[in-house]
Write a protein that binds this ligand. Structure first.
Ligand code: ARG
Length: 461
C-alpha cells in the first residue's frame, strides 16, 4: 500500500474493489491548488509552533512551489494508485522534499479539516465568478429595458391578458430576481468565510497551531469556533447549491418566456442568429436552444441540491465518508452555471422585440377593464359596483365583438350613468400605463424611479 496516507495498523493493502470505490481524484483534483495553498499556511503555523525549523520551512515552501508549478503545467497528476487529492499531493511533496521533511507536514491536520476548508475556498472563488456572470445578465436586461423605455406589452396573469405594462417593467422584473441571486451569493459568503482548518479530524489540535493564522492566509475572515462543526457541517455547501438552483430557476423562467415569445403565435421577439439553432431536417427552423437548455439545466441543478441534502440528512457527527459525495453536486452546479449564464446573457442582450405587435396586443382581451373600474372609483363609485359596471361593459363588447373603446357614449350611459365620456381617458394604453404611477407601478415615471433604485443596488455590490 505504497503511498497511502494510512497503513501502519493494516497487515495488507485494500481490495481493488475498495480502492476503486474509495477513489475521488477524478473530481477532487480540481482542489489541488487550494490544497497546496492550505499546505503553505499549515507549514507556517508548524514553524511558528516550533515544529519546523527555519530551514525546514523554507525547504517545505520551496518544494510546495515546485509541486504547484508541476500541478499547473500538468507535469504532475494523480496516478491510479492515488486515493484522493490530499494523498496524491503528499506523494508529490515527498518526491520533491524527501520523506523526512515531506512527512512532517501532516502533523496537526487531517483530511477532514483540509477537505472542508478547500471546498469552501473553491466555492467562494466560483461564487464570485457566478456573481459576475449573473450581474452581466442583469445588465443585459437593464440595457434592453433602457432601449424600450415606453414600449407597452400585454401584461399577463394565468398567461391570460391582464393589464398593459411597459416592456421595460417586465424585463426589469427579471432583472430584480437575478439581482437578488447576486445579493444572496454575497450574503452567503459571510457564512462561507470561516475556515475549518485546525479542526483536525474532529477535536482540534494539541500542537499549539494557530487556526486564525491559517484562516487569514487563506483569505477567510476567521476560523471556526467548533471543530466538530468545522469538519462535519456542509450547510454552507447546501446553501450554495440552493442559491445556484434558485438562479437557474430564475433563468429558466425568463427562458420559458423567450421560447413562448419566439413562437409564430406570439411573435413578440426574434432571436439573434448567434443564439438560435437550426434543424437537421426542417430548413425553415430557428430554435431557441439556449432557452431550452436553461430550462433543462435548472432541473439538473435542483437535482444537485436535492442529492446533496439527501446525502447530509442521516449523518451523525462528526466526519463520515458519505461527505466525499458533497463535492460533485456543487461542482456540477458551478460547471453548469458557468457555461449557461454567458449564453443566456447573450440571448437576452440580442433579442429583437417587435414593439409594434406588442403595442397592438397590449390593450386586447379587455385588458383595460380594471382601468374602467378604477376610474369609476375615482368618481366616487364603490369598487364593488364599479367592478360590476366594468364587467357589464365587457359583456356588451363580447356580445357585439368589439373592444371597450368602440362603445358609444350612449352605450356607456346605458350600462351605467356613471360611465360619462370622461372614461375614455383611461381607455388608451398610454392613459392606463401612466395612471399606475405608485412606487413599483408600470407608469413610465415609476419605471424610471425603479431603474434608479436598481442601479443604486447594483452600485452597492
Ligand atoms: N476524500 C475525502 C472527502 O472528500 C477526504 C477526507 C477523507 N477523510 C477520511 N478520514 N477518510 O471527504
Amino acid at each position: 500500500n505504497e503511498g497511502a496516507l494510512w497503513g501502519g495498523r493494516f497487515a495488507g493493502g485494500p481490495a481493488d474493489a475498495l480502492a476503486a470505490l474509495s477513489k475521488s481524484t477524478e473530481f477532487d483534483w480540481r482542489l489541488a491548488p487550494y490544497d497546496i495553498a492550505g499546505s503553505r499556511a499549515h507549514a507556517r503555523v508548524l514553524h511558528t509552533a516550533g515544529l519546523l525549523s527555519e530551514d525546514e520551512l523554507s525547504g517545505m515552501l520551496d518544494a510546495l512551489d515546485r509541486l504547484e508549478a508541476d500541478v499547473r503545467s500538468g507535469a504532475y497528476a494523480p496516478s491510479p494508485s492515488d486515493e484522493d487529492v490530499h494523498g496524491c499531493l503528499e506523494r508529490g511533496l515527498i518526491e520533491r522534499a524527501g520523506a523526512n521533511l515531506g512527512g512532517k507536514l501532516r502533523a496537526g491536520r487531517s483530511r477532514n479539516d483540509q477537505i472542508a476548508t478547500l471546498g469552501r475556498m473553491y466555492l467562494r472563488d466560483h461564487a464570485s465568478i457566478i456573481a459576475r456572470n449573473l450581474l452581466e445578465l442583469v445588465r443585459a436586461l437593464v440595457e434592453q429595458a433602457r432601449r424600450h423605455p415606453y414600449a407597452p406589452m400585454p401584461g399577463r396573469t394565468h398567461l391570460q391578458h391582464a393589464q398593459p405594462v411597459l416592456l421595460s417593467h417586465h424585463l426589469l422584473a427579471h432583472a430584480w430576481a437575478v439581482l437578488r441571486d447576486v445579493q444572496r451569493l454575497a450574503d452567503w459568503d459571510n457564512r462561507a468565510a470561516v475556515s475549518p482548518y485546525g479542526s483536525g479530524a474532529l477535536a482540534g489540535s494539541s500542537l499549539g497551531l494557530d487556526p486564525n493564522a491559517v484562516a487569514a492566509e487563506l483569505g477567510f475572515d476567521s476560523a471556526v469556533f467548533n471543530s466538530i462543526d468545522g469538519t462535519a457541517s456542509r450547510d454552507v455547501y447546501a446553501e450554495f447549491a440552493w442559491v445556484c438552483a434558485m438562479a437557474a430557476v430564475d433563468v429558466s423562467r425568463m427562458s420559458e418566456e423567450v421560447t413562448t415569445w419566439a413562437t409564430k403565435e406570439f411573435s413578440f421577439v426574434t432571436l439573434d442568429d448567434a443564439y438560435s439553432t437550426g434543424s437537421s431536417i426542417m430548413p425553415q427552423k430557428k430554435n431557441p436552444d439556449v432557452a431550452e437548455l436553461a430550462r433543462g439545466k435548472a432541473g439538473r441543478l435542483i437535482g444537485d441540491l436535492a442529492g446533496l441534502l439527501a446525502t447530509l440528512k442521516g449523518l451523525p457527527l462528526a466526519y463520515n465518508r458519505d461527505l466525499q459525495e458533497d463535492k460533485e453536486p456543487v461542482f456540477d452546479a458551478i460547471d453548469q452555471l458557468e457555461v449557461l449564464l454567458p449564453a443566456v446573457t447573450g440571448m437576452m442582450a440580442t433579442l429583437e422585440f417587435h414593439t409594434q405587435r406588442l403595442a397592438e396586443l397590449a390593450p386586447q382581451g379587455f385588458a383595460l377593464a380594471t382601468d374602467v373600474a378604477e376610474w369609476l372609483v375615482r368618481q366616487g363609485v364603490p369598487f364593488r359596483e364599479a367592478h360590476e359596471i366594468s364587467g357589464e361593459a365587457v359583456r356588451v363588447c363580447e356580445d357585439e365583438g368589439i373592444e371597450l373603446w368602440d362603445l358609444t357614449d350612449e352605450q356607456f350611459t346605458a350600462i351605467s350613468p356613471h360611465l360619462t365620456p370622461g372614461v375614455r381617458e383611461v381607455l388608451t394604453v398610454e392613459g392606463s400605463l401612466s395612471s399606475r404611477n405608485s412606487q413599483g407601478g408600470t407608469a413610465p415615471d415609476a419605471v424610471a424611479q425603479q431603474l434608479t433604485e436598481l442601479e443604486r443596488q447594483l452600485a452597492e455590490l
